[in-house]
Each structure stands twice: as C-alpha cells, then as structure tokens.
Design a protein around this ligand. Structure first.
Ligand code: HEM
Ligand SMILES: [Cu+2]
Length: 839
C-alpha cells in the first residue's frame, strides 16, 4: 500500500488545505500565534536577551574587580548585580532555554504537528516574558534583590528593601510557567510520538526531555513552597525562618538546595541531549550504547535529588550526613561518565567531520570535564570547608555551566540553525566565535581557581591591594571581554540578516533523525504526513521514508475539516489511538498572562487587594479559555487518517492527552505540598520547643467536619463520573451539585478550625506552619470547587455528555489528589501534634 502512487491532484488539494489551516496570521495578528514553531522562537530569543543582560552585568562586575579599590559601582549596586546575574542566568536563561529549544524541536523529532497543548505553551511564554522583564529590570530602578541567587535568610527576610519580594514573587511566577512547559513536554514525549516509535527507539533527545521534564516537576515545587513560606514571613511576619520564634533558616537552605542541586542537572542534561544528536551525525554512525545512555540519564536524574546537602557542608551538620552526601556526590560521576564515554566511543568508531557544531561539542567536553574534576574536589567535605564561598567555587560553577550548558547550546544553535531558518550560519564566524569564547573563557575563569585558593571570597565588591590577587583579577577581567567578543560574534551571526543567502539543502548535515525530513523552505505544518517509524535513525535506516512522507502517503495528510490535528499514540509502544485537535491562534492566553502577571507583581509593592482581584480575573480568563476551546464536541466520531486506519476524534480519561496533563501537573502539586509537610517534620526534629505542653492546636471538631465533607464531596464527584458514563445524566448532575455544596461546607469548616482557634501564626513557627498548610488546602478546595462548578455548567449546557466526558474525568482525577491533600493536611495539623507532643 505504501508504495502505491498517490493521485497528484488530491495531493495538491490536500496540501493546500493543510497549509491553509496551519498558516500563521498576517500583520500584528501574527502575535496571536500559539504554534510550537512561533512560540519556540520567541521563547529562545527572550532567553537570549536575558542572557545578554545578565552577561552585561557580569562585565560590569569584572570591571569593578579589575583593580583593587575601584569604585565603578557602589557596594550596594554590586550586590544587586551579582544577585541578578546569577538569578537571571539560572532562572531566565538556563532552564527556560532548555524548554524553549525543546518546544521548538520536540514535535519535529516526533514527526508531530505541534505540542499537545499549544495554548499552554503560549501562556507559559507570555508569563515568562512579563515576569522576566520585571525581574531583570529591577536593578535599573535600584530595587533589585541583593541577597545572592540563593536568597538566604535571615538577611533576606529582614533587609534589602523590596528586592527579596521581587525575587520571590517574580521568580515564582516564572517557575509556574516552567512547570507548565515541563508538563507539556512530558505529555508530548509520552503521547505524541509517531506510530511505531516504541520508547526504546525514540530519539535520545526525547528521552532527555522526559527525564528533565520530570526533574523540573519534582525540583521546582519545593522551591515554590519555600517561596510561599518566605513571602508569608516577609509580608505577614509568620516566623518560619526566625529562630527567636521557633523558626529555622536551615529549612530554607534545605528547600532551596533540594531544588538547587537537581537544577544543575536540569541545566546540564538537555545540553547532553544536544550532544547526543550532534555526535552521531558528526561521526556518521548511530550512537554507541543507546540503552546505557538512557539508563545513565535516568540514573543521573534520580541521584541528583540525593545530593543537595553538599551545598551545606559548612553549616555544622552531623558528620554522618556529611559522609553520606559526600559519597553520593562522588557517585554521580559514574552515570555522567558513562554518557560522556558513549559519546567519545561513537566519535572513535565513526569518521568524524569537524563541523562547527562538533567544534563546540568538543570544547564543551573539555571544559565540562575540568569543571567535573573541581566538582570531585569540592564534594569532599574537608576540602569544601576551605574552598567554600571563595572564588574557587565561582570558577568551578562556571566551568560546569559553560561546559554543560553554554557551549552545547551554541553547538545546538549552529547545528539546528538550518532547520529553523533554512539558512546556514557562517563557518568562518562560527570558528572565530568559538576560539574567542573558548580562550576568553579559560583566561577569565582559570585564574579564579587561584584567587580562590589564595583566599579571595566571592560576593565582595572590592579588595585591598597587596593580597596577591591584583594580577589574577586583571587577567580575569581581560578574559571576560575576550569571551564577550566571542559571544557577541556568535549572536551577530545568528541575528544578522541572511536575505540573499541561498536556502540550504534539506538535510545539510546528513543526519538520520526525523526532524531533518522537514521541507525547505519550511511549512508551518511541520510534516506533510506523519510517518510510521520503526528505527532509531529513520532517514538513514528506512529508505524512501522522506519521499513517502512528502507524497502524503502516511498518516493525516489532509485537513478535510479544516482543523489542526495531530496523532495521539499509546505510551509504550506508540499504537495510534486518537486524532487530537489542537487549538489555534488566540488573544486569550495573553490576557490570562497579563492578569496573572499583575497578580504576582503588585504584591511586590505591597498592593494586595488589587492583586487578589487580578488573580480572580486570571482565573476567570482561564475558565473562558478552557470553555471555548478545550475538548470541544466533535462533528463526527471517527476519522480516516490514512493507510486504512480509522481513529476516534475524541478521547477521555487515560486515553487522552489532557488527562495525562492533569496527572503530571498534580504530581508537581503534591511535591509542593509534601515540601510543606516536610517543613513541619523538619521543625519538629530540629527544635525541641516546636511542640510543647502548652502548644494549642486547631479546633478538632471543625477539622473533622472539614475532612468528612471533603471526603463525601470526593465520593460524589466519582459517583457523578460513573453515573454519567452509564447514561444517567440526571443523577450525575445531582451528585455533582451535592459535591459542590459539600466542598463549600468543607472549606468553611477548615477555615473555622484554624481562624477560630487560639493559634496566632505570628507568634511561633508551629501555628505558622499549620496556617500555611491550611491556606494551601483551602486554595486547592477553591480550585476543586471551581472545577465542580465548571463540570456542572458543562452538563447543563451540553458540553459534557455521556459520550463526551473528558472534563469530568479530569475533574475526578484532580479530586483524587484533593482527597489525599485534605487527609494529609488533617493528619499533620490535627493528629501529628498530638502524637508528637502528647499535647
Ligand atoms: C558572560 C560570562 C560570565 C561572566 C564574566 C561571569 C562572571 C561572574 C562573576 C564574576 C561572578 C561572581 C560574583 C561575585 O561573587 O562577586 C559570577 C557569579 C555567578 N554566575 Fe556568572 N559569569 C558569566 C556567565 C554565567 C553563566 C552563563 C551562568 C549560568 C548559566 C552564570 C551563573 C552564575 C551564578 C549562579 C553565580 C553566583 C551568583 C551568586 O553568588 O549569587 N554565570 N559570575
Ligand atoms: Cu550540587
């Protein structure tokens, strides 16, 4: 069947229909786009912009440090500069750059037409852009955060103007967007692969996206929970980190580094993923040790969550923890080593072409290995006691970040550039940029090892002459400018207009993976038809595949109903299960992002009521957006997708991508909640005065009522789904109404149990953490209530029926997690204090 010729007339007509529906809008309406190709480009350019800002701040710091006693900037400005430099590089460049590139590339790797939830990525991008501009511009107005990129209390809870609020609220806002993108990427990898692409043949890049997405899901929520506690302390005086009132600044350090260490790997693994795509192409040889690489990537992901304490070696922890975390930190060398060795092996067995991308990969391997070696040094606690907070650490972290992130990203950009723009970057400029950056980098950071060992502390705005640091600092500053020249050359080559340059051929590097099947010049539809893939390097290993894709021989070659469509397949073996209709251009996402932005940014200036109002508006905008676009009732049940296959157009429950989206989001949500619970247990183990004989607790009868009501509300929600499924719509409506009422009762009782009790959160960490858990649970009840109302409205207005019940499945899924949250909250604030202190 595959080899039959296609009717040319049909082929042209169907191509026209596809083009029409995927085409972007002209003029200013271009900005309504939600396609992964548009959003991905904006996202990457925004990250690049933030990177350049943060780099400029670094140059100012280097000028200030060039000679002893300089006064280019004041101490106060210097503090803001390094804080913003570090924070922006990590939160506005390293992580979002990964997500931007992944959003841009992933569908192409998978032969999909778009990401599963295009509007979600657009929303995430606009949130990121608003929040990022707000945070990065704060030093211009002198209100930048100045507590360092890890914001340790007590300094940051007590001093520093509103800078800490800018950091906490601005970055939390961005972290939410990062999690949204991670959810989308995970669902993309799990559910949007082409038919036949079992997990064990998917491109390594997709594996890394999956691992890193999962890491973001478990690493960011503890930080968000920490931000919440921090902001409650700053705004309302709840003493989580104040030892005078039973708090403990170490809790912040734990929550921060439970995020902060995996963050290092969140930054590093996606870059390894780029190497995993460039290396086989450069060696013209499938990657050596595919399964080993996958196992090591997953292993690195796991181990990286067990290392955070190595950032706290100097805080006076017990020796047993030092030993354990030191050993674990050394252990991560093994999976990292395996991945690097697999690349080296591939290069050894292949015939390597030293293309520009390969040059950057080689540079990255060299620099990262050097950074890894100093990592092995600082992972030894006794060495770290000496090197901690010195320039040795600054040198170490930049070696890992440049080797593990900046160079691979440069490799990726020059490698994929022809894929995005159909033009090539200049070979000469590429090599000049590489050598300037590489040499400049080493001239800047190599001497810092020495300045550090000679005792220069990090985060100082100046130093005295005659300490032996002068010459080394001057060299570092000169090197920084050489490196800046290299990076600017590279950026110029990326951005310079290439109007006259000819289009490149289609697969300029002779790569084997699916993304290079894209047509030249590019079409917004991505692939002309979605292929059946049975090998790891289809272009190398499945003859004629590109030709047949182009001819529209495979799946979804047409857009008969003028809808944007892509295939959904099963998780392990990629059996086709649904034709998913994805959403198109809109302004709703911008509106929602603007409201969300105001809701986060206004509290920075201590403007609370308008902020609450705008958050409500954001909620309303989300409802409007979901109501008008997600899971619409289709005009027909089944659709012929080509090659004789008929698939349903609608799916609900575990077959649908949306259900998985909710599931994965809730995993992140539970992680944040678990971090609050961790906080409570931490206080209890760390302080003897946390629960004492005269500790008072919440009102237990009201708490019990709340738990009971929420439990019943959950049961009724499940009952609504089941009765609806069996065609008993009337009963279902009745159940859901009952659930709605019970949720209100439960939330009310929970609020009373805390606020009518004697607990006064500002007095001590115990009432404060109980209050935080109560607020968290109440907020979720509010969300659960909204969902129940949404479902009810859906039933009344015919959007939700027996057959089309995806929303109800998703609502019920949320409620499973709601039940767990409520039960755990009730246990922690009601039962645990009694067990723990015999109160
Ligand atoms: C353009 C080249 C860069 C230069 C010249 C540079 C320079 C510096 C300097 C001098 C410091 C120490 C400030 C101090 O302790 O007083 C620093 C800190 C830092 N840099 Fe960079 N950097 C560069 C690129 C990067 C990149 C690409 C990243 C991450 C992806 C990064 C992440 C950090 C972090 C996390 C800190 C710690 C900030 C803190 O102490 O709170 N830097 N950088
Ligand atoms: Cu670490």
């Amino acid at each position: 069947m595959l080899s039959e010729p296609v009717d040319p007339e049909w082929s042209d007509a169907s191509a026209d229909r596809l083009r029409a529906i995927w085409k972007g809008l002209p003029g200013w309406r271009y900005w309504k786009a939600v396609n992964n190709s548009e959003v991905g480009i904006w996202y990457s350019l925004a990250c690049l912009f933030f990177m350049l800002c943060a780099g400029a701040m670094a140059l100012i710091m280097r000028v200030q440090l060039a000679v002893p006693g300089a006064d280019i900037v004041s101490a106060d400005t210097y503090n803001q500069l390094y804080t913003m430099h570090g924070s922006a590089m990590m939160f506005l460049f390293a992580v979002p750059m990964f997500e931007a590139i992944a959003i841009l590339l992933l569908p192409a790797f998978l032969g999909a037409r778009d990401m599963p939830f295009p509007r979600l990525s657009a929303y995430g991008f606009w949130c990121f852009a608003i929040g990022g501009l707000f945070v990065i511009s704060s030093p211009l107005f002198g209100i930048g955060p100045d507590g360092g990129w890890f914001m340790y209390p007590p300094y940051s809870t007590k001093f520093g103007g509103i800078g800490a609020d800018v950091w906490l609220l601005g970055l939390s806002f961005i972290e939410v967007a990062s999690i949204a993108a991670a959810v989308e990427l995970i669902v993309g990898v799990l559910k949007c692969r082409p038919p036949g692409m079992r997990v064990n043949i998917m491109p390594l890049y997709a594996w890394y996206v999956l691992v890193v997405g999962a890491m973001i899901l478990f690493a960011f929520p503890p930080l968000i929970a920490g931000d919440l506690l921090f902001e409650l302390e700053r705004a309302l005086g709840w003493p989580f980190f104040d030892p005078d009132r039973g708090g403990d600044p170490m809790l912040w350090q734990h929550l921060f580094w439970i995020f902060g260490h995996p963050e290092v790997y969140i930054v590093f693994l996606p870059s390894i993923a780029i190497a995993a795509m460039v290396v086989p192409t450069a060696a013209r040889q499938p990657i050596v040790g595919y399964s080993w690489i996958v196992l090591s990537a997953v292993g690195t992901g796991f181990i990286s969550f067990g290392l955070w304490v190595h950032h706290m070696f100097t805080t006076g922890l017990p020796n047993i923890s030092l030993g354990f975390f030191s050993a674990a930190s050394e252990a991560v060398v093994i999976p990292t080593g395996i991945q690097l060795f697999a690349f080296v092996a591939t290069l050894l067995v292949g015939r390597v072409r030293m293309s520009v991308p390969m040059l950057y990969i080689a540079g990255s391997l060299a620099i990262f290995t050097a950074g890894g070696l100093t990592g092995v040094m600082v992972a030894l606690a006794p060495f770290d006691w000496q090197a901690h907070d010195s320039y040795f650490v600054v040198a170490h972290l930049h070696y890992t970040l440049f080797g593990g992130m900046v160079f691979p990203v440069m490799a990726g950009v020059s490698y994929f550039y022809p894929f995005f723009t159909k033009k090539k970057m200049s070979n000469t400029l590429g090599r000049i940029a590489f050598w300037l950056t590489f040499v400049g980098f080493n001239v800047t950071f190599l001497p810092m090892h020495l300045t550090g060992l000679m005792g220069m502390p990090r985060r100082v705005f100046t130093y005295l002459p005659g300490l032996g640091w002068d010459g080394l600092n001057l060299i570092s500053t000169v090197g920084a400018f050489v490196m800046a020249a290299g990076i600017l050359t590279f950026v110029w080559d990326v951005l310079r207009p290439k109007g006259n340059a000819p289009f490149t051929e289609r697969n300029p590097w002779d790569a084997g993976t699916l993304e290079w099947s894209h047509d030249v010049p590019d079409q917004a539809w991505g692939v002309r038809s979605i292929p059946h893939v049975v090998t790891r390097y289809p272009i190398w290993q499945q003859p004629k595949i590109v030709e047949r894709m182009d001819a529209g021989r495979f799946y979804l070659p047409d857009a008969e109903e003028a809808k944007r469509e892509t295939l959904v397949t099963s998780i392990l073996d990629a059996r086709p299960i649904q034709v998913m209709r994805v959403t198109g251009p809109t302004w709703k996402t911008h509106l929602t992002a603007a409201f969300t932005g105001l809701g986060f940014i206004l509290p920075t200036f201590h403007i609370y009521w308008p902020a609450a109002f705008f958050l409500l508006c954001a909620g309303a905008a989300v409802i409007w957006w979901l109501w008008t676009s997600t899971t619409p009732v289709p005009e027909k049940d089944m659709k012929d997708v080509g090659l004789g296959l008929k698939l349903p157009v609608y799916a609900s429950g575990p077959a649908s991508a949306g259900w998985w989206g909710v599931w994965i989001t809730m995993l992140g949500d539970m992680t944040a909640f678990a971090s609050l619970v961790f906080g409570m247990v931490f206080f209890w183990t760390a302080s003897e005065t946390f629960i004492t004989d005269d500790t008072r607790t919440v009102l237990l009868p009201w708490l019990s009522l709340a738990t009971l009501a929420v439990g019943c509300s959950w049961a009724l929600t499940v009952a609504a789904r089941e009765t609806n499924r069996r065609g008993r719509g009337g009963i279902a409506k009745f159940c859901l109404t009952g659930a709605f009422v019970l949720t209100i009762v439960g939330a009310g009782a929970l609020a009373i149990s805390f606020w009518a009790s004697d607990l006064e959160p500002t007095t001590h960490s115990f009432p404060a953490i109980c209050g935080a858990i109560t607020i968290w649970t109440l907020a979720h009840l509010g969300l659960g209530l909204t969902m129940q109302g949404y479902g009810l409205a859906g039933m009344i207005f015919g959007k939700l029926t027996t057959r089309y019940d995806a929303d109800l499945w998703n609502i019920t899924l949320f409620w499973h997690f709601m039940l767990v949250t409520m039960a755990a909250a009730a246990f922690m604030i009601g039962v645990f204090p009694i067990l723990a202190g015999e109160v």
